[in-house]
Write a protein that binds this ligand. Structure first.
Ligand code: FAD
Length: 533
């Protein structure tokens, strides 16, 4: 067994864990993050992708609403490549309670969230797709946010200051001596090798798994696992986020993301943190409720459904589902349970991950005797791409392709551009839906953190567009066939396609059925995948 050493070990490569690693690194504290899968293996890739303005929480939870609007403004500033400033709308239908609207307007004002009423005629002209039964509508500063990009940007930034990341490493033991944490044991999920990491502090940022991690130290952390299913439509139904103006419920938010729209979500308590299988009935429920805001919803093509598990912290008030607070809890297990060197951060939202990380590292720094303040609200996640580099990129990848690649790659865009300029055949687009070039795929495949086609997907968005991998998967397999880690071609491709099918199955009717048949014909009939060696 090999041994490593760091002041802090962070468990969990979601928004919270990667945000913590970055904050530690910027304060000069050495940290190693361990993640059992690839980054965003958990909830941070299985969400709506809404950077909340806070308006959704304004009536019920002013503190959460205020945190959201503040963090929304910070993330726009430090990570413009991860945020699309779409703006959002809250719409009240005929049947919705008008007195709630009045309460909502004053609550938003109290929480510092700007709202502006939209004239109904203007709304109808801009979005004829929306219901004619909308009686009032308001603009709010909601945005769309790319979870994968935020997580990798956090990690890339942390690495510049010495932060380390071990993906595909699962925590299997927490070691303590005389009431104090002294290290953790992790198992490499790809090779089976074990590693011991000596440390002074462990930060449990394992999201829906936080209870399981705490149990390894013999402690209890009560996390309610609240599954939510979402569906993705094959184009932007509106250019702004659209929320239903009523108390938060199922199926009442549409978020435009790049070329698609995400509708969600449901809320069901589950036992397993890994329960991310979307249910067909949940999809049908979502369509029914969503149709109240977009009556033609049935006629648009759904490309997939997916589900995530909200880690909701419950200190013991017995609430469930939407009644449980969306606030976060920072638990000092020394104070709470007498175990020195373990801290848990649970609950919250993607939108507030940076704040959660800041508060957690404030506590960690105090324990380690470090007095450096947090700098994550000021220092950008990636450096802005110069105009000159972007212009060069447009000549190589096209206007839209260059902008998309620059947003995805951040500081690494220039390296990919130089490679494509040197070897022009690498300008070829392999994923048309998301405009991903061979140069980008090749760069990501060689970055040391990619072990599966899914890892490449999460960094490039390959296979996430409207064809759901039908065309780009086999092209990529061919291009990467010389890499050692892609040697078992059948397994490499099958795993990727099966993951795509997991989301396609619950929405397989109408237009999507035709697309699925095309995909089956290509892989099974044309390529004879079952017989592939
Ligand atoms: C359906 C749905 C919609 C949502 N929509 C929004 C939204 O629009 N906007 C918003 O702001 N928030 C939204 N949220 C909430 C938000 O997604 C979560 O609060 C946030 O992503 C949680 O991040 P996290 O880092 O705490 O957890 P996670 O992202 O789950 O990260 C925890 C990580 O820990 C890892 N881990 C667990 N156990 C171990 C172990 N033993 N060893 C190593 N690693 C381990 C897991 O693999 C996982 O990757 C939504 C949530 C859901 C479920």
């Amino acid at each position: 067994m090999t041994t490593d050493r760091a002041q802090v070990v962070v468990i969990g490569g979601g928004a919270t864990g990667t945000g913590i690693l970055r904050d530690l690194a910027l304060r000069g504290i050495s940290g190693i993050l361990v993640e059992q899968g690839d980054l965003a293996h958990g909830t941070s890739s299985r969400f709506h992708g809404l950077l909340h303005s806070g308006a959704r929480y304004a009536v019920k939870d002013k503190e959460a609403a205020r945190e959201c609007i503040e963090e929304n403004m910070i993330l726009r500033k430090i990570a413009p490549n991860c945020v699309e400033e779409t703006g959002g709308l809250f719409v009240q239908l005929k049947e919705d309670d008008p007195s709630y609207t009045d309460k909502w307007i004053s609550s938003c004002a109290q929480a510092g969230i700007p709202t502006e009423e939209v004239e109904i005629g203007e709304l109808r002209r801009t979005y004829p797709v929306l219901s004619p039964d909308i009686v009032r509508a308001f603009r709010v500063p909601d945005c769309a946010v790319d979870g994968f990009r935020v997580l990798w940007s956090n990690v890339n930034s942390a690495r510049q200051y010495g932060g380390q990341v071990l993906t595909y490493h699962k925590l299997i033991g927490i070691k303590q001596s005389n009431g104090k944490i002294c290290g953790v044991e992790v198992a490499n999920q790809l090779t089976g090798e074990h590693k011991y990491i000596e440390c002074q502090l462990v930060i449990n940022a394992a999201g829906a798994w936080a209870g399981e991690v705490a149990a390894m130290a013999g402690l209890e952390v009560n996390v309610i696992k609240d599954k939510g299913t979402l569906v993705a439509y094959n184009h932007r139904l509106t250019n702004q986020v659209v929320n239903r103006l009523r108390p938060p419920g199922d199926g009442d938010i549409f978020v435009p993301h790049g070329t698609i729209t995400i509708l969600g979500t449901t809320s069901i308590t589950v036992d397993e943190p890994s329960c991310s299988k979307p249910g067909q009935q949940e999809v049908l429920d979502l369509i029914k409720i969503g149709s109240e805001m977009i009556p033609e919803l049935q006629n648009f093509r759904m490309i997939r459904a997916f589900a995530g598990v909200r880690p909701l912290y419950q200190a013991g008030n017995g609430a469930v589902g939407r009644a449980v607070t969306r606030n976060f809890a920072l638990l000092d297990h020394q104070q709470q349970d007498g175990l020195n060197g373990l801290v848990s951060i649970v609950g919250g939202k993607f939108t507030t991950f940076r704040l959660m990380a800041e508060k957690t590292v404030d506590m960690a720094a105090q324990k380690l005797g470090v007095d450096a303040p947090s700098r994550t609200a000021e220092e950008p996640l990636t450096n802005p791409i110069s105009k000159e580099i972007l212009e060069r990129g447009k000549k190589v990848f096209g206007v839209a392709g260059a902008k998309k690649a620059a947003d995805r790659l951040g500081d690494n865009f220039v390296k990919v551009l130089e490679e494509a300029e040197k070897e022009p055949h690498k300008c070829k687009v392999f994923c048309e839906c998301e405009a991903v070039s061979l140069a980008e795929i090749d760069f990501v495949a060689r970055d040391g953190d990619s072990f599966t086609l899914g890892d490449i997907r999460r960094k490039t968005r390959l296979g996430m567009g409207t064809c759901q991998g039908t065309f780009c998967s086999y092209r990529t397999l061919g291009a990467l066939s010389s890499y050692d880690w892609t040697r078992n071609h059948k397994e490499f491709l099958t795993k990727f396609l099966q993951k795509r099918w997991k989301g396609i199955r619950p929405v397989m009717w109408g237009q999507q059925m035709r697309e699925a048949q095309l995909s089956t014909a290509i892989y099974c009939t044309l390529f004879g995948m079952e017989r592939m060696k």
